[in-house]
Design a protein around this ligand. Structure first.
Ligand code: EPZ
Length: 430
């Protein structure tokens, strides 16, 4: 299995270009099948999750053409199957976006029920509630969710929970329903706005995305378009926090600083310097990181996908900090790994109590999930000595060229897929 070998202790320095937002791309790629015309999507991150979703889209008969590394063309005119196999959904949950896209376009969809995952049970009751409100029959049997509707009629849907996935799925299902739909208590993340803008570029009529009330006027058909995906706020944040943890000086480029405001605010709180440009943010690490408290919240609050990375910075900050996870119920699995590096963190319920330490030490680690894995890379980069991180396929789900980008900032990191290669690199770095 592939692993990262990392020699820590060096401050990251330089510039890094940020790719397209994974969590916008997954909604947009699914929505692209809603027209029979060709859609060109640019700035698509070339990561495992987008590759698997594109395979699922090809699997139902749509045409997918990889124009070049980060651009794809999709044509949904040849779709012949409304069944999305379990093999795709078990690889990525976001295949369930095809539920809303196929229901909206064909009034029918069958998608394998997503399991829980490493960060929590992640039910989809709000998605189902919304589909039923639009007039669809929704049945769950044999591990599949089956939706079917004679017709879809606009409705007033109030989400009991702020849900990114349900908001995106219902925007897709409602944009080709008859009449008006209102989504209340909608998610406001930048990727919600990006999916809404994309659907509007295809001829949909969606207003209010980015606020908690989204108004949709159903249209009878959607047309082709060309669209470029927004930068990934979590990839950008991961590099910003890597700079803070290693006492570095890093410029993240091709970003939208507004999307990073909650992250920049926390970095300033812990003593870093943050300088914002039009499409870049520079983070200069503090001589001595200061403790603080953070609670994850829906956008524009501090994002849950940056919670593990925040804990690594606070593990190295002077004093006591608290990190409260309010979105998912099981997102502290990286804490045991950090404590094996000398961290002093205790988890009680949905809060991690962190006593900062002077230094972390390199160790053999395993990535528990996507963002926790990225956080362990940051910890290894900051630590004294050499670390080995296994199960890095989790990390590759959401970060394109991660090790190459880090090498560009001076990191001593290598991806190896054999014990021999690992030994060779460890000998080389000494
Ligand atoms: C999206 O997941 C992201 N994934 C997650 O990023 C992100 O952590 C999450 O939003 C929150 O921002 C993608 O966009 C592919 P939710 P999603 O529905 O849509 C509960 C990453 O690292 N809920 O907003 O599944 C749910 O249990 C990934 O890139 C219900 O109760 O998240 C959770 O507690 C990890 N019923 C809360 O809402 C539902 O029907 C937020 O979940 C749906 C959700």
């Amino acid at each position: 299995m592939e692993q990262y070998i990392i020699k820590g202790g060096l401050p990251l320095k330089g510039e890094v270009s940020i790719g397209g937002a994974k969590n916008a791309a997954l909604g947009i790629l699914a929505a692209a099948i809603m027209t029979d015309e060709t859609v060109t999507i640019e700035n698509v991150p070339n990561v495992r999750d987008t590759r698997v979703l594109l395979q699922a889209i090809e699997g139902i008969g749509a045409k997918v053409k990889y124009v070049y590394n980060n651009s794809v063309q999709i044509n949904g005119g040849s779709i012949c199957d409304k069944n999305v196999d379990y093999e795709y959904i078990k690889k990525i949950r976001a295949s369930y976006y095809l539920l809303g896209a196929l229901l909206g376009k064909y009034r029918e969809s069958h998608v394998a029920l997503p399991g829980g995952c490493n960060i929590g049970s992640r039910p989809i009751d709000q998605h189902i509630k919304g589909f039923r409100a639009l007039g669809a029959e929704v049945d769950i049997a044999h591990g599949m969710i089956c939706t079917k509707a004679e017709k879809l009629t606009g409705s007033h849907i109030y989400f009991d929970v702020v849900s990114v996935g349900a908001t995106i799925n219902l925007m897709m299902a409602a944009c080709m329903a008859e009449g008006d739909t209102i989504l209340e208590n909608a998610a406001k993340e930048p990727h919600i706005v990006d999916v809404a803008n994309f659907l509007n570029a295809m001829g949909a009529n969606i207003k209010g995305a980015g606020t908690d009330v989204i108004r949709i006027k159903g249209v009878s058909r959607l047309h082709g378009t060309t669209y470029s995906i927004i930068p990934d706020q979590i990839e950008a944040g991961t590099f910003m926090f890597a700079s803070a943890a290693t006492g570095g000086d890093v410029v993240v480029k091709d970003v939208i600083p507004k999307h990073l405001e909650s992250l920049s605010a926390k970095l300033i709180e812990v003593g870093c310097q943050v300088i914002e440009g039009d499409d870049w943010v520079r983070v200069i690490g503090a001589k001595e990181l200061k403790c603080t408290n953070v609670k994850t919240l829906p956008y524009p609050g501090f994002p849950t996908d940056m919670q593990p990375q925040m804990s690594v910075v606070l593990a190295l900050a002077k004093g006591s900090s608290m990190v409260t996870e309010s979105i998912f119920e099981n997102r502290f699995k990286y804490v045991d790994e950090l404590n094996r590096m000398g961290g002093r963190i205790k988890v009680e319920g949905n809060t991690a109590y962190i006593e900062g330490v002077e230094v972390l030490t390199g160790a053999q680690l395993a990535a528990p999930d996507l963002r926790a894995g990225a956080a362990l890379v940051i910890a290894a980069l900051a630590a004294d000595g050499v670390s080995e991180i296994e199960d890095i396929e989790y990390i590759q789900r959401g970060y394109e060229d991660f090790e190459r980008k880090l090498q560009g900032l001076g990191a001593v990191i290598e991806r190896t897929d054999s014990e021999r290669e690992a030994q060779k690199f460890k000998l080389k770095i000494g």
